[in-house]
Design a protein around this ligand. Structure first.
Ligand code: IKT
Length: 342
């Protein structure tokens, strides 16, 4: 595969780690990155080490919404020597996007239609290329599906839900389903230990809290860092999630594998330890053509980090989508319909 250039919208935990993983992939060249108040563009390739060291440890839990501390010190992307401050980061990237093969949207904690609306802006600008997101919520997939025609006309290949879950684990479920002619149940159960990674992943933790029964995405977005810390303390640092609204369900349904209602997603987040509190497991139960009932199980090693399991697949799906895009295949794809490329 020829060189693939890409931009990252958002430089919270996901955006930054994606840039880092890409330095291990010869054919991927990150050429642009932004947060709410800064944008860095270099069509010959960003200096990822410089960008990461400039942004490391200075990102607010809003994924970079705070550009300037009270002290006047530059925060987020704007602190990089490759960046300029801006009030219009997404428009700035759109302006440069003619030569960019793919855009990774790594923006958590926004309203449900935020990613679809970002996609609209690329369509309106006549962008033709790949958009990839690591969104979580089931209800967003329908909003993207409604835009299929616009993406096809524009020449956009959109991959939705391309992180770990939905994403990697949805894809694993699609493979595990191949033994069966009828799939009865898909259970996704994840474990994440985030003691040292907590600061870097506060956006993801905030998003997870929105899945607790007593909260929703708007509450979680409005909560202060202290309030988030209080919720974590109330659970002694270990929070169990059940029946999460994760798009694995609709993504498996749209790939024809099972009904959305037969998919459950849950997991345990432990911010007191870097060890996974439980082994991340996908169990697919079904019936074979010759009448046997069985459960195929896919597990992640306890030593692979969430960062590895979200960002590796995000880039793998991005590469797969660029291949489709270059072959003239446009529209909306989910992680159960594509194999990520290594
Ligand atoms: C996500 O970002 O995909 C979802 C997060 C769970 C990641 C699971 C990783 C499992 C592993 O590394 O073993 C969470 C719901 N925010």
């Amino acid at each position: 595969m020829n060189d693939v250039t890409f931009a990252v919208l958002g430089t919270g935990g996901i955006g930054r780690r994606t840039l880092e993983v890409s330095t291990h992939k010869d054919e991927l060249t990150p050429v642009a990155a932004c947060d709410r108040h800064g944008v860095a563009v270099d069509h010959d390739g960003l200096d990822v080490d410089e960008l990461l060291s400039a942004t490391e440890g200075n990102i607010a839990s809003d994924g970079g919404a705070t550009a300037v501390k009270e002290t006047g010190e530059m925060k987020g992307v704007a602190a990089s020597t490759q960046a300029v401050p801006t009030d219009t980061p997404i428009d700035d990237i759109i302006e440069e996007s003619d030569d960019i093969d793919a855009i990774l949207i790594a923006l958590p904690n926004f309203e449900h239609d935020f990613i679809p609306r970002v996609a609209d802006r690329f369509v309106d600008a006549g962008y033709s290329g790949v958009l990839v997101d690591v969104l979580k919520r089931s209800r967003v997939i329908g909003m993207l599906d409604e835009r299929t025609e616009a993406f096809e006309e524009s020449g956009i290949t959109f991959v939705c839900g391309a992180g770990a879950t939905p994403g990697f684990l949805t894809g694993a479920a699609a493979l595990a389903a191949q033994s069966f002619v009828e799939v009865d149940e898909v259970e996704i159960w994840w474990g994440v230990g985030l003691k040292s990674g907590y600061e870097d992943n506060r956006g993801t933790v905030r998003e997870d809290i929105a899945h607790l029964p007593e909260y929703d995405i708007d509450d979680a977005r409005e909560m202060s860092d202290e309030e988030i810390a209080d919720v974590i303390d109330e659970h002694d640092g270990v929070i169990e999630f059940t029946d999460m609204e994760h798009a694995d369900d609709v993504l498996l349904e749209r790939a024809g594998i099972c009904d959305a209602e037969d998919v459950t997603v849950g997991g345990i987040l432990d911010v007191t330890s870097d060890e996974k509190p439980t082994t991340t497991t996908v169990r697919v139960t079904g019936t074979t053509f010759d009448g046997e009932r069985g459960t195929n199980t896919f597990q992640l090693d306890d030593n692979t980090s969430m960062e590895a399991n979200v960002n590796g697949p995000a880039l793998g799906y991005l590469k797969s989508a660029v291949r489709r895009n270059r072959a003239g295949e446009y529209g909306v794809f989910g992680p159960a319909e594509l194999l990520p490329r290594f």
